[in-house]
Design a protein around this ligand. Sequence first.
Ligand SMILES: NC(=O)c1ccc[n+]([C@@H]2O[C@H](COP(=O)([O-])OP(=O)(O)OC[C@H]3O[C@@H](n4cnc5c(N)ncnc54)[C@H](O)[C@@H]3O)[C@@H](O)[C@H]2O)c1
Ligand SMILES: [Zn+2]
Length: 263
Amino acid sequence: MQKYIKECQAFIITAGAGMGVDSGLPDFRGNKGFWKIYRPFENKYGFTDCANPQFMNYNPNLFWGFYGHRLNMYRNAIPHQGFQILKKIFLNRDYFIVTSNVDGQFQKAGFDINHIYEMHGSIHKFQCTPCDKLYDANQFQDLSIDLEKFIAADPLPQCECKHLLRPNILMFGDWDWISTIYDQQEKRFFEFVEKYKNNKVCVIEIGAGTSIPSIRNLGDRILDNIKQSIMIRINPTEADIPNDDRYFSIQKGGLEGIKELGA
Ligand SMILES: NC(=O)c1ccc[n+]([C@@H]2O[C@H](COP(=O)([O-])OP(=O)(O)OC[C@H]3O[C@@H](n4cnc5c(N)ncnc54)[C@H](O)[C@@H]3O)[C@@H](O)[C@H]2O)c1
Ligand SMILES: [Zn+2]
């Protein structure tokens, strides 16, 4: 595995919510993940209720309490040291990052946005569903949120057309997500795969769960497309790999696992 890391021409990182855990961010279904601890509304509403475009019309201040809190948390987070170790490993070699995370942590750690595909969108962008307009979240001031009730105070982010804005991320039961930015990122990513399809490419999957397997499925697809590629799966609890000598498993957290790759 180490020999391959030294020899390969390019890297692809595929990352799920577990990549943020060592930066102190909650994952989704883990013990300290959103699913278990994030019951902001006294168990009345769960994650899928809140992460839903219909919820914005039903109760906009609760909706923005939920997303505004996440936005503030991702804004304040400091990406763990593993991000910098990855940069050293990539040095002078090409790379692409695919993530289902909406938290913008790879950009914050200094990776080039032209080498990132955010398959579920980004919380750092807002969209106006009726008029299709997109905004940078930092055009709006931080929301003030009552952390007991998870209610965001007015004014909530509004489009110039006066409609309420929502985060530009793929939610549950979501037919309105404007995916223009991410479709372009996806196009760049598949051009990258095409470019390296006859080369040695090392795919490193970090903290991708099995309950929403978008990242895992994409990884398998990359290995099908790039015949000389290998996959290194870093995950403390869901590190199982298929019976295939192109797959390697490191049963550790993101930071410890990345250290093991050897910079
Ligand atoms: N930061 C974010 O943007 C964020 C956070 C939570 C959920 N989500 C969204 O929710 C969905 C959840 O899917 P998912 O598979 O990413 O999350 P998940 O919670 O289902 O899985 C997280 C995975 O990370 C692993 N993990 C736990 N601690 C870890 C650590 N210290 N280092 C590395 N891995 C660790 C777990 O074993 C698990 O396999 C995705 O669509 C994602 O977009 C995003
Ligand atoms: Zn509008």
